[in-house]
Design a protein around this ligand. Sequence first.
Ligand SMILES: NC(=O)C1=CN([C@@H]2O[C@H](COP(=O)(O)OP(=O)(O)OC[C@H]3O[C@@H](n4cnc5c(N)ncnc54)[C@H](O)[C@@H]3O)[C@@H](O)[C@H]2O)C=CC1
Ligand SMILES: C[N+](C)(C)CC(=O)CC(=O)[O-]
Length: 335
Amino acid sequence: MTAVTTPEAPCAPEDVTRVACIGAGVIGGGWVAHFLARGYDVTAWDPAPDAEVKLRRLVDAAWPALTQLGLADGASRDRLTVAATLEEAVADAQFVQESAPEKLELKRDLLAQLDAAAPAGVVIASSTSGYPMTDMQTTAADPGRLVVGHPFNPPYLIPLVEVVGGEQTAEHAVTWSSRFYDVAGKSVITMQSEVPGFIANRLQEALWREALHMVANGEATVQEIDDSITEGPGLRWAFMGPMLTFALAGGEGGMAHMLDHFGPSLKSPWTRLEAPELDKKLYDAVVAGCDEEAAGRTIADLVAERDQGVIDVLRATGRLPQQRAQSADQHQENA
Ligand SMILES: NC(=O)C1=CN([C@@H]2O[C@H](COP(=O)(O)OP(=O)(O)OC[C@H]3O[C@@H](n4cnc5c(N)ncnc54)[C@H](O)[C@@H]3O)[C@@H](O)[C@H]2O)C=CC1
Ligand SMILES: C[N+](C)(C)CC(=O)CC(=O)[O-]
């Protein structure tokens, strides 16, 4: 990291009260819901004409889950302002989260615009799913304050954020944003180097690539692929990652025995490292398979089901912070 001229953030991560969310779709809206529930004032901006209606609908849909989890003191949906311009949205922001479409040129221009409009030193994070910040910060006047803060859907329920800077990011911006997300109730992995897809998406994409191969070749249905995870490894992964889980596959010998035993099979043709062609046939098969699996449930039904599932898993694995667990219990008793 080479930028040394970037001013320090104007306030400590613990003192932030005002956040700007730029782009208010699935992820930007999810961030808005998260920050509101954690008691921040949130200003959002999105160029789509119907963005405000959709955003408020998303926040309303998330609010029961967030209430069940426990809201921070003073948290309120009334603390959301939708700004008319990007400049207005970030004018007095103390942190900016960008969640615009995943297009490199758009991100480059937008981050440069945000950098020109936001108060000096305020950290600007991108939700990108995989672009390295080095490739996105090329046109900003102060690239030093730009970081990646990669969330998981929905950001108001899934704790993880992967934080990483680019070649021109100042180290203090990475440290500041990691601490800020931590204070804001997220679970942070601060990466030391830029890896395409960061950590979790690189892993998810490998799994998904194999799933697509199986659908394309007629080796498994969409339903079988989903069942194979939710009825199998997915149950373990909610509380124990793939490494430690596999260490147990080695019995008393742990990971060493597991590697001796199964390591050589990694060279067998289990995996196909090239991505399959996403042609119309595969595209249609995946879309139709998901419709069939949904069996008439709407996206809103599935979102509500998923939200409740994540809360149940967080509760069952003891990962609701104490105060939020009490509030969630109270909510359940009252329900
Ligand atoms: N959907 C997902 O599961 C995840 C997405 N992400 C990342 O979050 C970002 C946003 O993705 P989604 O929310 O899924 O997309 P989306 O399509 O739901 O929302 C994008 C929003 O950006 C707005 N927009 C368009 N041009 C814009 C501009 N110039 N400035 C600001 N806003 C603009 C659109 O009107 C739209 O509301 C992407 O970088 C994506 O890679 C990260 C984690 C998960
Ligand atoms: C599909 N996706 C690559 C945009 C997913 C993510 O980036 C993270 C997630 O929520 O799984």
